[in-house]
Design a protein around this ligand. Sequence first.
Ligand SMILES: [Zn+2]
Length: 187
Amino acid sequence: MKHSFVCGNPALDFAGTFGSRLGVPVELFPSPESLDSWFRESGIVDGDTKFRPADHEKAIRIRDAIYSLVHAKMTGSAYDGDALSIVNDAARTPPVLQQLTPDGRQTEATPAQALSTVARHAIELLSGPDAPLLKKCANHECSRIYIDRSRGERREWCAMDPCGNRMKAAAYRARKREEKLVPAAGK
Ligand SMILES: [Zn+2]
């Protein structure tokens, strides 16, 4: 698996394919084929969606729009009008097609149908009960946004690897520095 799905909603995982991780710029959709693999790995489709360059551009626009809307929701600001139109337009296309088979289920989609499904996830998320649980990763070098469903809303990072491990190591180093600066009493 090349992609990770840690954010609690496919629209957030989709938006999280761009930004930064540990201070390094991330672009997980460099090509149309990378979208095919993301949709396959996400479980949204079974086969290939066959993204072409024009669909790739559209996907990037939808990704930017979702990130903008999510960010607005988190910060309590108004939605950007263009971002709203882009996500709503994408959601107007029928979503992925699911068919029951003797062995289970077959899910197929064109690029437009796959993107519609992601846009619909974004709409449900932003207008639903999970919206107040949106949180940005506590690692300031990470741009991922996730849903914090933990008890007491104590989750701090998108994933233990790499962000949680990195944050814990930094906290440990800071504690060690403190101990050196303030020697224990009696020494
Ligand atoms: Zn993170």
